[in-house]
Write a protein that binds this ligand. Structure first.
Ligand SMILES: Cc1cc2nc3c(=O)[nH]c(=O)nc-3n(C[C@H](O)[C@H](O)[C@H](O)COP(=O)(O)OP(=O)(O)OC[C@H]3O[C@@H](n4cnc5c(N)ncnc54)[C@H](O)[C@@H]3O)c2cc1C
Length: 481
């Protein structure tokens, strides 16, 4: 059976010993550390959803390679229908977890890899696509979690890779008969240490002379020479030291966890290399990944997050006794408008999706609509969290710990003065949940994840058909009666 259970995933991951660090300390076992355990629990929940008959249509697909049912997280879109279902999967994951589902970033690279390896082979007679398909069969049969890394540390953003420390972008340092050796790092890699494998794509469009940087490959978790350095912040400290996780904002699954992955002379066998040196295809890899990622990330994943924020905000209004206040209804409607606009653009991206390149069998979303979905979310998410903060009042920022409700010396004060139209415990629970969204990492995470607005402006302007719009204006302006 190609679809594995949550238990099988946990058993597999429990055997891994990646070289991982949090807060200045090495982690011996992923399951023993509260931060990595949160990532495992979130990923395991995705396996549960996949094996739940209620979500089978959303969470599973039929492999175009083997004809077997597989997790949709390892499926390559073969139709518009697949694009629509991919959106449903992203939104469902966010609604159920309130954090990354950790199977998305790798999944969103797969269509780009399928399409671009097909194109390189078609143009140049290479064997990248065959290798990629062989890898996909292996990943699908074992139902692997594949994380995805595109973002290089980049160093000085005004300089090209060869104008500064060469390791600021992942690159080949040696080619051998049986594979390549790579150096460098990838940043912000979501959930990579609790995934089975990490896919690496170029983060920059390479030019002639930069062949060593035109790289796409996959490596197993914990490959020799790989170090994972986890993000660490006040939420991490809280998760690490708070024994009563029930009082955390997102009790089981926590924050979206990312890491810096360092590649120090990492060997990659040729059968796991999907591009090596073809600079003219790097832009295609990036563009195809970006349009898929922006449709899902901006127009479905973050829509699921906003569903949670809107729900919690409405609860807060009711708990504060303001369920009938008209300005609150209007503000919640504005939140819905922002959220549903992103979903509408993503749905349009799927609707206008098409096979790319022709003959490859791979379906890609419409680039303009996918970028607009993400751009709308970049601005919209900030506004949604601002409105949530407006409606909830100051309590998500100033509340005491819910543990005070167990403290005999003060529990009656807290129960009395934090009560409103709902009991204090109920109100504090939702205030804490909202704190996680409005006073935490999610604003910047949503804005930068899959690229800041400037990246979408560039894409949208590059592909816009402004000539035809100019012509329309001229035709009408110069019309003679
Ligand atoms: C929560 C989260 C999860 C993520 N998950 C992943 C993941 O799983 N895999 C992955 O690969 N990446 C991931 N990312 C990375 C994400 O795609 C990047 O953060 C984003 O592309 C911005 O890159 P940066 O952080 O290096 O910022 P920068 O590129 O430094 O951008 C900062 C600002 O500088 C501007 N800028 C940058 N370069 C230039 C230039 N040359 N000229 C003018 N202006 C410039 C940008 O427009 C932006 O406004 C994640 C990020 C976050 C926050």
């Amino acid at each position: 059976m190609a679809i594995k259970t949550e238990k099988e995933y946990r058993e597999r991951i429990d055997k891994l010993r990646p070289k991982l660090f949090f807060g200045g300390k090495k982690v011996e076992r992923l399951n023993d550390h509260p931060i990595s355990k949160g990532v495992i629990d979130a990923t395991a929940r995705v396996y549960e959803l996949t094996t739940d008959p209620e979500y089978a249509d959303t969470m599973t697909a039929i492999s175009h390679l083997t004809g077997e049912p597989i997790s949709r997280a390892l499926h390559i879109h073969q139709s518009k229908e697949d694009l629509f279902k991919r959106l449903d999967m992203a939104r469902l994951g966010s609604q159920k977890l309130g954090t990354c589902n950790y199977r998305c970033p790798g999944n969103e690279m797969l269509p780009s890899l399928a399409a671009t390896t097909w194109e390189i082979d078609h143009d140049k007679g290479t064997e990248y696509h065959q290798r990629f398909n062989d890898y996909m069969r292996y990943a699908q049969e074992n139902d692997l979690v594949v994380s995805g890394s595109v973002t290089d540390p980049k160093g000085d953003r005004s300089k090209r890779p060869l104008e500064q420390d060469p390791d600021f972008y992942v690159h080949v340092v040696e080619k051998k008969a049986d594979g390549i050796v790579v150096n460098g790092a990838k940043q912000h890699a979501t959930g990579a240490y609790a995934a089975d494998e990490t896919l690496v794509l170029p983060g920059i469009s390479s030019k002639k002379g930069e062949e060593d940087y035109a790289l796409a490959f996959v490596i197993p978790n914990g490959s020799p020479g790989v170090t994972y350095i986890g993000q660490y912040n006040s939420f991490s400290v809280e998760r690490e030291y708070e024994k009563e996780t029930r009082v955390l904002g997102n009790p089981i699954y926590g924050q979206r966890e990312t890491c810096l992955i360092v590649f120090d002379h990492v060997f990659v066998p040729w059968d796991r290399v999907f591009m090596c040196g073809e600079v003219e295809y790097t832009q295609k890899f990036i563009t195809r990944f970006a349009k898929t990622h922006r449709m899902n990330c901006g127009g479905a994943c973050k829509v699921g997050f906003m569903d949670l924020i809107i729900g919690a905000t409405k609860l807060m209004a009711e708990y504060n006794g303001l369920s009938k206040a008209s300005h609150i209804a209007q503000k919640i409607t504005r939140m819905l408008q922002l959220n549903d606009t992103s979903l509408a653009c993503a749905t349009a991206a799927a609707y206008f999706g098409k096979e790319e390149p022709e003959g490859s069998g791979v379906f890609m979303p419409d680039e303009t609509m996918g970028n607009i979905a993400k751009l709308n979310t970049n601005d919209g998410f900030w506004e949604v969290i601002a409105l949530a903060g407006d409606i909830a009042g100051g309590i998500p920022a100033t509340m005491p710990s819910e543990k005070e409700l167990d403290n005999p010396e003060i529990k009656d004060y807290v129960a009395k003065y934090l009560k409103a139209a709902a009991p204090a415990d109920q109100r504090m629970r939702i205030a804490r949940f909202l704190q996680n969204w409005v006073a935490g990492l999610h604003g910047i995470g949503t804005y930068q994840g899959s690229g800041p607005s400037q990246s979408q402006y560039v894409s949208i302007y590059r592909i816009a058909d402004l000539e035809s719009k100019k012509k329309m204006a001229l035709d009408l302006a110069n019309a003679i009666g």
